[in-house]
Design a protein around this ligand. Structure first.
Ligand code: G6P
Length: 607
């Protein structure tokens, strides 16, 4: 997943491109580059590694000009190198393009282009697009781009400039995100909204199969047959502050601390007079009553929210729930029919595996509800209904506030299903919702109370491996805690149901393997304590997440992270917060870049 940006207007393009790329760096940071047009010249500057290398290069050799495109890369085809960095150019070096996505038929196109005399310089799929545009160009850039797009298989968001047309950027998208920030006398093309917020909050949402011709004063949108299309406009409510660090050292820490707000916003307006308000479900009570099974599909952190949902929906609505990572769902011939509700959870709304799963589910007749944080994202167009988490932009690559917001939204969904199915009465639904509504305050209290965390992080100073254990809803919490640690501190972390640990992973236990245990009050609490004893008997040092007032747990663990008492069903959100912070402090102590961990990208738009 790469980030692309384009600028046209009165400012120095390099400044706007660099500021936009800085806000898109979460999408990849293997290399970065810009191409800028000025006084009859198209100058390309590219550097391997993080954006700072490009910033330094442009600091030393500034490039003037008011129109340009930029790119930050997460390598798919071809190693991270200057040659493979975007923008890519055609043979004449008059055309430059930036691309996010994968051109699946690039090998075939490369043969064809080579056979017709084109000089291919990089190992990328993207470069083929520049040469295709060159070969179709007869004076009209938009026409050449449209003809080229018809030759492409795969996914793309593209920005194209041509020296013959110094007053235009052509942009296009299919299966990769792209928006255009519509400013006053200036326009900014970008993969994501934070890149344009410094300049405007008015956004044109480009849809699949659309081409935009962008000048400083206009954005004209066309379909692939070049028929004009009325552009979809969006007013963005967040301001730039919301997309910046706001005094925190890292985006991740800021986002962890934004959880109370994210939860409040996500729960706002969801209960009225004992009735859960979820019109986005777009299903009648009768249709809900007809749901025979639920499938949850998601990837990464969102998948863990799915596991929490399973326990809630099964417990409250008594509907069997299967949870599968999207990449497995799609190819596993899932048993899905018109009595199946598929819940697709994706923070970005752009994850290729989840989108493919959504399509598969709908082909099989299922109704698909998406849970996403990004308004206008691809999943919102492909699903029957959308429940938004209102967590605000999440910039840190490791998901935090969107995870807990997803769980909040899934709680609401679970209650709605239970209410429609009649498995929970209105009073019970109201009382669960009332407790749910206290969680923002509960999380706030946790965030203000975990002094022991930094000390606790010391346990991981020399660790290369760790175990995360839990039971019931504590299992997905442990999975998420382990994922966070892996992602940002690069310490191996394995999550296991605590009761299953003795059937294998216990062999890993030594005094060098810290064990984190979700040991909050619940019907399996005593069993969890026994599991703690099992690992301690083998030398492990234990960090326990436990309920306030449980002082006995101190006899069983080196460190205790206390969280306020909640009902067991609602404990996933508060129990997750200390684990997010633990992984944060461990990673910081080890000098890791928590916002941009190696090899990862915020949204993965390839399969
Ligand atoms: C990437 C990110 C993960 C994220 C996953 C799913 O792998 O690195 O942090 O959980 O994608 O993303 P989604 O946007 O679909 O929730």
């Amino acid at each position: 997943m790469c980030g692309i940006v384009g600028y046209i207007g009165p400012r120095q393009a390099s400044d706007v491109l660099l500021s936009g790329l800085a806000r898109l760096e979460y999408r990849g940071y293997d290399s970065a580059g810009v191409a800028i047009i000025d006084a009859g010249e198209l100058t390309t500057t590219r550097r391997v590694g993080k954006l700072v290398n490009l910033q330094n290069a442009l600091g030393t050799s500034p490039v003037a000009g008011n129109v340009g495109i930029g790119h930050t890369r997460w390598a798919t085809h071809g190693k991270p190198s200057e040659e493979n960095a975007h923008p890519h150019r055609d043979c004449t070096e008059r055309i430059a393009i930036v691309h996010n996505g994968i051109i699946e038929n690039y090998v075939e196109l490369r043969e064809e282009l080579r056979a017709t005399g084109h000089m291919i310089r990089s190992e990328t799929d993207t470069e083929m697009v520049a040469h295709l545009i060159e070969s179709y160009y007869e004076g009209d850039l938009k026409v050449a781009v449209a003809k080229s797009l018809k030759r492409l298989e795969g996914a793309y968001a593209l920005g194209v400039v041509h020296l013959d047309h110094p007053d235009v950027i052509v942009a296009a998208r299919k299966d990769s995100p792209l928006i255009i920030g519509a400013g006053d006398g200036e326009n900014i093309v970008a993969s994501d909204i934070p890149a344009v917020l410094e300049f405007t909050r008015e956004v044109v949402v480009l849809h699949d199969g659309e081409i935009a011709v962008v000048t400083a004063d206009s954005v004209d949108v066309f379909d692939l047959a070049l028929r004009p299309v009325v552009p979809e406009m969006l007013h963005v409510e967040w301001d730039l502050d919301a997309a910046e660090k706001g005094g925190f050292e890292d985006f991740m820490l800021k986002e962890i601390f934004e959880q109370p707000k994210a939860l409040r916003e996500t729960l706002r307006g969801r209960m009225n007079d004992g009735e859960i308000q979820l019109s986005e479900l777009a299903m009648t009570a009768e249709e809900i009553a007809g749901i025979a099974r639920v499938f949850v599909i998601a990837c990464g952190t969102s998948l863990h929210a799915g596991f929490v949902a399973k326990s809630l929906i099964e417990q409250w609505a008594r509907i069997p729930v299967e949870v599968l990572c999207s990449s497995e769902f799609r190819y596993n011939d899932p048993i899905v029919d018109d009595e199946t509700l598929v819940v697709a959870i994706t923070q970005s709304g752009e994850t290729a595996d989840t989108l493919a799963g959504v399509r598969e589910a709908r082909l099989r007749g299922a109704k698909v509800i998406a849970i996403t944080n990004v308004v206008g994202s691809r999943v919102t167009r492909e699903s029957d209904g959308v429940i938004y988490t209102h967590a605000g932009p999440e910039i840190g690559v490791a998901a935090t506030k969107t995870f807990t917001a997803q769980i909040a939204a899934l709680n609401v969904l679970g209650l709605k299903l239970a209410q429609a199915k009649g498995t929970l009465g209105s009073e019970r639904v109201q009382s669960i919702f009332d407790e749910l509504s206290t969680l923002p305050d509960v999380v706030e209290a946790i965030l203000g109370s975990l002094e022991e965390l930094q000390e606790c992080a010391e346990l991981f100073a020399d660790a290369t491996s760790s175990l995360f254990l839990g039971r019931g809803v504590g299992v997905p919490v442990a999975m998420e805690g382990a994922l966070k640690l892996k992602e940002i501190s690069y310490i191996h972390a394995e999550a296991y149901p605590a009761g299953e640990m003795k059937h294998g992973p216990i062999a890993l236990i030594t005094d060098q393997v810290p064990v984190v245990v979700v040991a909050t009050q619940g019907h399996t609490y005593e069993k969890v304590v026994s599991n703690i004893q099992e690992v301690r008997a083998r030398g492990a040092q234990v960090i326990a997440v436990a309920t306030s007032g449980d002082d006995d747990i101190r006899n069983h663990a080196e460190f205790v992270l206390h969280i306020p008492q909640t009902s067991e069903a609602l404990s996933a959100i508060p129990a997750t917060v200390p684990l997010q912070l633990l992984s944060y402090y461990v990673a910081k102590r080890r000098g890791c870049n928590v916002d941009q961990p190696r090899n990862l990208a915020k949204s993965v738009t390839v399969e």
